[in-house]
Design a protein around this ligand. Structure first.
Ligand code: SF4
Length: 68
């Protein structure tokens, strides 16, 4: 079974820096105001690596993950 890591963004913490969707564009995108939105679970090794980079690069610690 494929491991899937589901990210969530806390909208109360997100300041719209954009680091997450720059380092993981296949997991995150931005809304019309520049705040992060999750577009996909991280399932591929590339997505999981990107998600790890996004978590470590978010200055607001707004990204959390749940593996299932
Ligand atoms: S890096 Fe963090 S604060 Fe910045 S847009 Fe992404 S989730 Fe929001």
């Amino acid at each position: 079974m494929t491991e899937r890591t589901r990210p969530t963004v806390d909208r109360a913490l997100c300041k719209g820096h954009g680091r997450c969707y720059m380092v993981a564009p296949d997991v995150f995108d931005c809304d019309d105001e520049g705040f992060a939105v999750v577009t996909d679970d991280a399932t591929t090794p590339e997505q999981i690596a990107g998600l790890d980079r996004a978590v470590s690069n978010c200055p607001e610690q707004a990204i959390s993950t749940a593996t299932r």
